[in-house]
Write a protein that binds this ligand. Structure first.
Ligand code: FAD
Length: 562
């Protein structure tokens, strides 16, 4: 049977892994009509990615459901590096602070949140089987030039097909992406030579760092990574063997969890490891770094996100994070293109920005993966730990996700032009979060809390010391420039909508809060009944001083800023 749908969604997301679900959650918050399909009949509950980095957590917080994540997350506070000891066993060589949180059930939480916010569920047991693009209408923003045939698999095994038309098709369908292959985009790069097994366990061990994030390199038996997870679960990534042509063709399911656990036990010797329960079946994979030469096609009507356009080893714990952040980068751009707030050329910035991140990640992975996989002798142990430590340290900010800086584009001005105004606010980088107080009621807020991911643009005025008449006059003029009649913000806001529904203007001043009254601010910046527009960088009653101006690198010249 073929079912033909009229109307329907503007966007089709293929794949409900971390990347597809992040995109769906974003589009839902921007009121975009979309469908999300997955060929698997059931959700992945655990087994793949398990580390959420700082920036990913910030984004989830900006969606408003961080509490569900933190409730079940296991913070990984410390990283330990172990290497061979002179007596042929292993010894702890180094400890350093970590930034990631371990958590499973990510896909479950994202799916539930999607349903709550938009009523949309992942449609399962569905996969695309053909794709046609109408090239004639591809430049018409109102057209739906993407024709996709979907195959539905019923529970009884029977199938039926459905033809749909959409404006955008997003391939979030993982490393073997159908969308990418159908576009004829190859993956370029190489697979490396080691084969790794993963197993989650409830175990008892006298290894002292069993609840720390560890890399253990033994001289005789290979390398092990330990990731302590929620509820006492311990995940082991174990190097099973060096790659050989036989390994390349090996049936991965032939590797048993006992083999993986035995390999872990050998590496940990002389410490003991008793496994009481395995939480998931084992998975086996080969490490490799591969990148698609293009992330999009057909005038950005078909785009790729996540593992569909880059793949790398899980050694740096980035697969899920980078995949989700691809989708976070893409989601608002599609939404704003669809609602006409910005021209579709903004979609060019997606590949421009995210390709660089994928390349940096692959570079880091290329450095770390062999250091972790290599066999080391006790004599080389010190040197090897030093190298690993150096690479971990240099990649730490990048791995946390907060250090990402996008280059100049239609969205981002050249950094050097703005540096003297706010030394720590880098165009193209996420703004650091500092505490400020609400002028109206003294409640402390972190700057990020003022900017939830709801599809709005934000302008933040750092107003300086507004006790000065001259400074307040400047603020008045800015208020009119943005929100006055014929103001820049007023002109891009539909008449029937709230003035802050497209662009929200927030003001953070630096006068002592008690020496300034809310009523002194112009109504353009502080409209009636809206008490959460004017903030101050001042001492709070209970939580100290946020020092936001220092954090942003903004200097007051004398008593005011220029
Ligand atoms: P995926 O998670 O692969 O999701 C793709 C989705 O698309 C799947 O649900 C799939 O069913 C669906 N799909 C595929 N083809 C189709 C189709 N034709 N039609 C419809 N649906 C389709 N990363 C880390 O950060 N840390 C880790 O510890 C870690 N461990 C890993 C362990 C293993 C064994 C593996 C295999 C991966 C691991 N990763 C890890 C990598 C991480 O899981 C991925 O980088 C991440 O899941 C990528 O997200 P994604 O949404 O792009 O793709």
């Amino acid at each position: 049977d073929v079912l033909i749908m009229e109307g329907g969604a503007d966007v089709l997301i293929v794949g409900a892994g971390p990347s597809g679900l992040m995109l769906a959650n974003w589009l839902a918050r921007c009121n975009v009509s979309f469908r999300i399909i997955d060929k698997k009949p059931n959700q992945t509950l655990s087994g793949h990615a398990d580390g959420l980095q700082c920036r990913t957590l910030e984004v989830i917080e900006s969606f408003g459901f961080i509490d569900q994540i933190l409730k079940i997350a296991n913070p990984l506070v410390e990283v330990c590096l172990w290497g061979p000891s002179p007596d042929g066993h292993i010894q702890r060589n180094y400890r350093l602070a970590n930034t990631a949180k371990g958590v499973s059930y990510i896909e479950k939480i994202f799916s539930e949140e999607l349903k709550r916010v938009s009523g949309v569920s992942v449609e399962r047991s569905i996969e695309p089987i053909s794709l046609q693009i109408d090239r004639e209408t591809i430049h018409d923003p109102h057209s739906k030039p993407i024709h996709v045939q979907l195959m539905h698999r019923r529970a009884d095994g029977s199938i039926y097909n459905e033809d749909i038309q959409v404006k955008y098709l997003i391939g979030c369908d993982g490393a073997h992406s159908w969308v990418r292959r159908t576009l004829g985009i190859p993956m370029i790069g190489e697979s490396s030579e080691s084969v790794w097994g993963v197993v989650d366990t409830m175990c008892v061990s006298d290894f002292p760092d069993i609840r720390c994030c560890c890399t253990v390199q033994s001289s005789a038996s290979g390398t092990l990574k330990i990731i302590p997870r929620e509820k006492g679960i311990v995940r082991f990534y174990v190097q099973l063997r060096q790659y050989s042509p036989v390994a390349d063709t090996m049936d991965r399911s032939s590797v048993t969890s006992s083999e993986i656990i035995e390999a872990a036990r050998n590496i940990l010797k002389p410490y003991s490891l008793v496994v009481h329960r395995e939480m998931i079946g084992q998975t086996v994979y080969r490490v490799g770094q591969r990148l698609a030469p293009r992330f999009s096609s057909f005038n950005n009507r078909v785009l790729l996100s996540g593992d569909a356009c880059h793949s790398h080893s899980p050694k740096v714990g980035q697969g899920m994070n980078v995949s989700m952040m691809d989708a976070y980068n893409l989601g608002w751009k599609i939404a704003q293109t669809l609602n006409g707030t910005i021209t579709s050329s903004v979609l060019d910035t997606y590949e421009y920005e995210r390709r660089k991140i994928a390349e940096d990640l692959l570079d880091l992975d290329r450095k770390i993966a062999p250091l972790i996989s290599q066999k080391i002798s006790p004599e080389d142990a010190v040197e090897s730990t030093r190298n690993l430590r150096k690479v971990f340290k240099s990649g730490k900010v990048f791995m946390s996700g907060v250090g990402v800086i996008y280059g100049p584009s239609m969205l981002t001005i050249d950094h050097s032009d703005a540096l003297h105004l706010a030394r720590h606010v880098h165009p193209g980088r996420r703004i650091d979060s500092h505490q400020v107080l609400c002028q109206a009621d003294a409640r402390p807020w972190n700057v990020h809390e003022l900017m939830p991911s709801d599809g709005r643009w934000r302008i933040v005025i750092l107003a300086g010391d507004v006790r000065e008449v001259e400074q307040m006059e400047k603020i008045n003029r800015l208020g009119s420039l943005f929100n006055g009649e014929n103001g820049l913000v007023t002109n891009v806001t539909p008449r029937e909508c709230r003035l802050d529904s497209v662009v929200q203007v927030l003001t953070i001043h630096r006068s002592p809060r008690k020496e300034v009254e809310l009523v002194h601010f112009p109504s353009t910046l502080c409209p009636p009944f809206d008490y959460e527009k004017i903030f101050v960088d001042d001492e709070s009653y209970l939580k100290g001083h946020g020092q936001a101006y220092e954090g942003f690198g903004v200097h007051l010249h004398g008593e005011s800023i220029t």
